[in-house]
Design a protein. Structure first.
Length: 388
């Protein structure tokens, strides 16, 4: 078993055998090792030299005869530290050779991976840094458990980094977390961020998407451009006042008094994450959009829509009811279901509103130019990876 463990640590099979053969005596000679291991003398002398170079054994000469003695096995930790330092040097050199536009996507699955990723994120985030959360999940506390939740709080307090979160709710667990992190954590309520199963974290060098339902997953997107866009989007939301429209009546008011009058011939309207709700109101939503889309097309306004793939059949039926399905006016692409949330983002030249379907539709309107530009960049990034 020890030979197998040493081999995983980087020893060759022969070196592991030579090293282990020396532990049953205070000192030993090369000839004794050759006899006990059955290895060729050249292999033994080469192995002894490598072990000596690693400072795992020492050699003394008595009357011209070499004797060997093992040193404290804890020196293996020094070997590990040296490998870590070497790995860090290699990583830095490789990073310097990477093109800046490269993207890395890392996927982890399982509860243990969520716990591990969270603690790693907290550990590498330092004073002066800000972790931004788009949406928070109450299941975080259950997944982390009391011990790891306490550990995360200790790390944040020790490192002194700030945590900002935009969410549709704040419960007692979150309030207790805010109190425990000594003014380092701030939450803001935004009604349109309703998901309780997904958290999107904007770190210094990556976007981390965590899903707190089976199979429990972590997706890390290491891309500086994507991080920049998401950070701008978050900061714009963080600093903005909003108008909220609740119910079908107010939704009609939003469209007929704000959105449609603001559209002009030649304009383009964009939608991220379009869908038809999760309740039994699909027909109401489909009829509503058919009416709105026909009015939009009549005004000579183009639409580019990113639908979720799960709604493709309904989209096909709805497109048949339009005045024109000319691709110049109504262009559709599909996002994979891994991107699914119940939130729609509508972007027009003057406004952005975020819409959540439910028993009552809820729309949150933003009139700020920076918010619009931030969402527009997000649309462009997603449009390029969607399927036509």
């Amino acid at each position: 078993m020890l030979i197998k463990d040493l081999r995983q640590f980087g020893f060759s099979k022969n070196m592991a055998a030579i090293y282990l053969s020396m532990f049953d005596k205070a000192e030993t000679k090369a000839g004794e090792i050759i006899r006990s291991t059955g290895l060729h003398r050249n292999i033994v002398y080469t192995g002894l030299q490598k072990l000596e170079e690693k400072k795992l054994i020492t050699k003394t000469n008595k009357s011209g005869v070499a004797s060997y003695k093992v040193l404290n096995p804890e020196r293996l930790l020094g070997e590990l530290d040296n490998k870590k330092k070497l790995a860090e040097q290699i990583i830095e050199e490789l990073k310097s050779k990477q093109p800046h536009h490269t993207q890395e996507i890392i996927v982890h699955e399982g509860v243990e991976e969520i716990r591990k990723n969270e603690l790693q994120l907290y550990t590498r985030t330092k004073k002066g840094d800000v972790l931004r959360y788009l949406g928070i999940s109450p299941y975080w506390h259950t997944v982390m458990g009391t011990r790891l939740r306490k550990k995360a709080i200790e790390i944040q307090n020790k490192n002194g980094f700030e945590l900002r979160a935009l969410s549709g709710f704040i419960d007692d667990q979150e309030s207790n977390y805010v109190a425990a992190t000594k003014n380092l954590t701030t939450f803001k309520i935004i009604p349109d961020i309703t998901s309780r199963e997904v958290e999107t974290i904007i770190a210094n060098d990556r976007i981390i998407i965590k899903t707190f339902v089976e199979p429990f997953s972590v997706i890390e997107i290491v891309n500086s451009n994507v991080v920049k866009v998401y950070r701008e989007h978050f900061d714009a939301l963080w600093n903005q006042e909003v108008q909220t429209y609740v119910g079908w009546g107010q939704l009609h008011t939003l469209y007929y008094e704000k959105i449609l009058p603001s559209l002009k011939p030649g304009d383009t309207k964009y939608v991220i994450g379009a869908g038809y709700g999760e309740k039994n109101n699909n027909d109401n939503i489909a009829n509503f959009y058919t009416t709105i889309n026909n009015l939009t097309i009549k005004k000579g306004v183009k639409k580019k829509v990113l639908f979720h793939a799960r709604f493709k059949d309904i989209v096909d039926e709805s497109r048949a009811a339009l005045i024109s399905t000319n691709q110049n006016y109504f262009i559709v692409r599909y996002l994979p279901d891994s991107y699914y949330t119940p939130v729609e983002i509508h972007i027009s030249p003057e406004y952005v509103f975020v819409l959540v379907w439910g028993d009552k539709p809820v729309a949150t309107l933003y009139e700020n130019k920076d918010v619009r530009e931030s969402f527009q960049k997000q649309f462009t990034l997603l449009w390029d990876i969607a399927t036509q």
